[in-house]
Write a protein that binds this ligand. Structure first.
Ligand code: SF4
Ligand SMILES: [Zn+2]
Length: 443
């Protein structure tokens, strides 16, 4: 049977003002499709995400008003770059600059309905921008145009307001770049919480669970070795729950030697039956240099080898894993069942391959599953604390939460960079993550 394609849209119930996993809401309303951006992995904005966004809103607009349900859609960029969706509309983009280590916000027109009524600053009148005023008076569009502005206007994202209309844009160095403009009239929308989102989507969640359990039972039927590969992350926590409901409780976790203390504590709290230990990661790093995004030699040495060693003598082993299509471009072609090319006796099955992070979180909340505390702290993914796949924004979080670990790795990188002739500034901006620095990092 052909797998359904990756979904590129998110459906939204305008009556309940909440996201839908399927096309139809429990209230009976057909959802409206909102286009997502690649890799289309919509996820809820968690507390730490909301704090960053509301902090920026307060700074620029004097209000931190956001609906309870906000969706993020990570997308390409120099570092963290999330499309923010609120009230079923594009609210804007949250980006992290790896050079300055600061977040910034760019608004989309959907932010107007959230902000305009509550903003105490950051709102400018059209008459403040004479050239834009003239364009509007002459019936010309202003969206997408750049206008000179007087020096007293605020720098950064702004709202522009005039008779029944509004626009969003950014003021920088004496110019206003208008992004989008349109008609605007205040409207009241419901402000549901995440529990409401779960009940509006309950039949889809039940279907997802049912078909994942059926898939696991079908693939594992008759096998003598069936285990869950538990990474400490949200996806494998869900995979483990689905396996348990399918009747399989064996699980292993590989301690690479560079695990976050939070992850080790979480693994311990769950009583994972098998903790496998990799060889000395530091010794490997001293020999091979740091792993890179484009050369993750550590995956094989620190993750796959201990599993292979542990599975030896068990015959063919079915491994239930939490890998998903939406995690990255590389995983978008993930097959439901695949033999491990490094160890042919291991057969990986992926019951949540077609779930987005939104499904994963809603399912976890519905089933009240425990969660690695790193998510609440602001990490989007969980792995080694110095993983090159981490974003620079997450590395900045490591600096705040575990300054000792951060210092250890930076000291190592500086010494390694000194020997390899790599510029200190480039290391500080995160260039060490790539063996061959991509063009986006040169900007
Ligand atoms: S999580 Fe990152 S650092 Fe750890 S083994 Fe995997 S690729 Fe390497
Ligand atoms: Zn509804």
């Amino acid at each position: 049977m052909r797998e359904p394609a990756v979904r590129k849209t998110l459906y939204w119930c305008d009556a309940c003002n909440l996201p839908l996993l399927g096309r139809k809401c429990a209230c009976g309303t057909e959802g409206r499709a909102i286009p997502l951006l690649r890799p289309y992995d919509a996820r809820p904005a968690l507390q730490a995400d909301r704090e960053i966004i509301t902090g920026l809103l307060r700074r620029h607009f004097g209000t931190g008003d956001l609906p309870a349900v906000v969706i993020l859609n990570k997308t390409g960029g120099r570092d963290r770059n999330d499309l923010i969706i609120a009230n079923g509309e594009r609210f804007g983009w949250l980006s992290f600059d790896p050079g300055s280590k600061r977040y910034s916000l760019e608004l989309a027109f959907g932010a107007v309905s959230c902000l305009l009524h509550a903003a105490t600053k950051g709102v400018i009148g059209l008459s403040d921008v004479p050239d834009a005023y003239r364009d509007v008076a002459q019936g010309r569009r202003i969206g997408g145009k750049r206008y000179p502005v007087p020096g007293h206007l605020p720098e950064g994202p702004v709202l522009i307001q005039w008779e029944g209309h509004a626009a969003v844009g950014t003021c920088r160095e004496g110019f206003l770049k208008v992004k989008e403009a349109g008609k605007y009239s205040p409207s009241h929308r419901p402000d549901p919480d995440w529990d409401r989102v779960i009940s509006a989507n309950i039949s889809t969640l039940k279907n997802l669970e049912r078909s994942a359990i059926r898939f696991i039972r079908h693939e594992a039927a008759g096998a003598s070795c069936v285990t869950v590969s538990f990474s400490g992350g949200k996806d494998s926590t869900v995979a483990m729950e689905l396996a348990r409901r399918a009747g399989y409780t064996d699980a292993f976790f590989v301690n690479t030697g560079m695990e976050f203390p939070e992850t080790l504590g979480f693994v311990k709290s769950l009583g994972i039956p098998h903790i496998l230990h990799a060889g000395d990661f530091w010794r490997e790093i001293e020999k091979a240099g740091p792993p890179h995004k484009d050369d993750r030699w550590c995956c094989e040495r620190q993750k796959l080898s201990p599993v292979k060693e542990w599975m030896k003598g068990k015959g063919e082993c079915i491994t239930i894993q939490g890998n998903r299509w939406y995690e990255s471009f590389a995983r978008s072609g993930l097959a439901p069942v695949a033999r491990n090319p490094f160890y042919r006796l291991q057969v990986n099955i992926s019951p949540i391959r077609n779930w987005r992070a939104l499904e994963v979180f809603l399912y976890s909340w519905w089933r009240k599953l425990p969660q690695n505390p790193l998510y609440a702290l602001g990490f989007e993914r969980v792995g080694c604390w110095m993983c090159p796949a981490m974003l620079e924004s997450e590395w900045e979080l490591v600096r705040r939460i575990h300054p000792d670990l951060h210092r250890t790795w930076m000291d190592f990188l500086m010494e390694w960079g000194r020997k390899a002739g790599i510029d200190r500034g480039a290391i500080l901006a995160g260039a060490w993550r790539w063996k061959k620095t991509p063009p986006k990092m040169h900007g």
